[in-house]
Design a protein around this ligand. Structure first.
Ligand SMILES: [Fe+2]
Ligand SMILES: [Fe+2]
Length: 453
């Protein structure tokens, strides 16, 4: 059995990682809560097959401390860092989101040289243990859940205590009080428990509404929520209850962050501090800009704000898997010309507006016209391709969206480019007037003069 060392002070993650590593890769896990303890253990036993560290532990860059220790002591155990705030060389695998269990497993399997087939074929006991604490956050259990009862030395029974779909929250306390640490699932169902990760992120997202939660924390957790929603939407291709719940939580936190920060500069700072991805950053900034536009323009009003939040949340979700595969990608249209991308991926980029609009067709109580706005967010009424000439025949909020994204793109370009002279806000506005010469767009662009930078 391979051995993994996890360095993390987050109990939920420790349980999630331990159980998933065992299920998928047959890895035995040791957890240390901080770098000092981990280093002490590594001095005694440097032979771990893989070491996984969260990127930051109580404001210390644990990823880089562990990396240094491994290098200085010639320990060749592979390191995987979870999170993106660590200063480690590029060749150290980094799993961006702490709930991205799939990606973590993929990386561990790679360093352990386990193939996908090995993972499926792995011999497992009939009943599989799952730490009971993981069920705290779960509203409905994803499969039947059993308790292990030792009748005698040789006689063990597994009575069922929850059926698939039950809410464990009421009954579970009794078992906790009895000192039960593990509950069990039928091992053929063990892959279902990966779903527990999204239940945990939902708990974390919902807690973002609590007083005292910083905007920086919100920005960090929302990004992970979006990743999970994108992943689910991409694989399931329709909106289900889980996606709705996760996205609602994310959207309400995005709204909070936008409202809490009257200046765009603050939002940019938050995104930079979190090393947020391009796709996520541009969505948040554009949400901010579009919120400003509908608050300022004569026909706009409060009723548009939730719609703006909604459309920005979903508009590019089909791009997310491509952007996480190629993190260097930036501006959407340019991604089309990147030679690394496969044809099928370019196809998705061309059609991403239509794909998102179609997937939302069965979203209950869809904000009126939101699917239409998403469909048209690159100026094409078909939702396919990118407009060159921006016409009048699309909905007014789609135009707001296009201008907000246009402004955001110019802004990010000028911030990014260290060689060229920085464009000022009036210069960006001027460029937009040239790109969008029609009258209906002009009215929208003019509201940007009042945008607080
Ligand atoms: Fe976009
Ligand atoms: Fe887009």
């Amino acid at each position: 059995m391979s051995q993994a060392l996890i360095i993390s002070d987050n109990e939920v993650l420790n349980d999630l990682y331990s159980v998933n590593l065992e299920v998928y890769t047959g890895t035995n896990v040791t957890v240390k809560r901080n770098c000092d303890e981990a280093i002490k253990l590594l001095e005694l036993n440097p032979n771990f097959d893989v070491i996984i560290s969260l990127c930051m532990l109580s404001d210390i860059d644990s990823g880089s401390i562990i990396y240094q220790h491994l290098v200085e002591n010639d320990i060749d155990s592979p390191l995987i860092v979870v999170g993106k705030k660590s200063d480690v060389p590029k060749d150290v695998p980094q799993v961006v989101g702490c709930y991205d269990i799939k990606n973590l497993i993929r990386n561990v399997a790679k360093v352990l040289e386990i193939s996908a087939k090995d993972m499926v074929d792995k011999a497992v006991p009939d009943y599989y243990p799952v730490p009971i604490k993981l069920f705290y956050n779960v509203q409905k259990v994803p499969c039947d859940i059993f308790l292990k009862l030792k009748k005698s030395m040789t006689d063990i029974e597994y009575p069922k205590i929850f059926s698939k779909g039950d809410s464990p929250s009421v009954g579970i306390k009794k078992y906790l009080d009895e000192g039960v640490h593990f509950l069990y699932v039928d091992s053929t169902m063990r892959l279902e428990i990966i779903n527990l990760a999204s239940a945990c992120i939902l708990t974390e997202l919902n807690a973002l509404g609590d007083p005292g939660v910083t905007d920086e924390k919100k920005i960090e957790v929302i990004e992970q929520g979006i990743e999970i929603v994108a992943d689910k939407l991409f694989t399931e291709n329709e909106v289900n209850e889980e996606i709705i719940e996760l996205s609602k939580s994310c959207m309400s936190s995005v709204k909070d962050v936008v409202e809490n920060n009257p200046k765009l500069k603050n939002i940019l700072k938050l995104l930079t501090a979190n090393r947020a991805s391009y796709l996520y950053s541009h969505s948040i900034i554009a949400t901010y800009v579009a919120t400003h536009i509908v608050k300022t323009i004569s026909w706009g009003g409060e009723s548009h704000i939730d719609k703006i939040n909604f459309v920005f949340f979903f508009h590019d979700l089909y791009l997310a898997p491509i952007y996480s595969k190629y993190p260097e990608l930036k501006y959407e249209e340019e991604a089309l010309f990147n030679s690394k991308l496969e044809d099928s991926e370019k196809e998705v980029i061309l059609n991403h507006a239509k794909l998102a609009a179609d997937a939302l067709a069965n979203y209950p109580r869809l904000p009126l016209g939101a699917d239409q706005i998403i469909l048209q967010h690159h100026g094409m009424t078909s939702g396919q391709g990118f407009a060159v000439n921006f016409k009048d025949d699309i909905s007014p909020l789609a135009k707001v969206m296009i201008i907000a994204e246009g402004f955001t793109e110019e802004l990010l370009r000028t911030l990014e480019d260290t060689t060229a002279e920085k464009l000022t806000k009036p210069e960006i506005i001027k460029a937009l007037h040239i790109k969008f010469p029609r009258h209906t767009y002009k009215k929208i662009i003019e509201t940007l003069n009042e945008l607080k930078f």
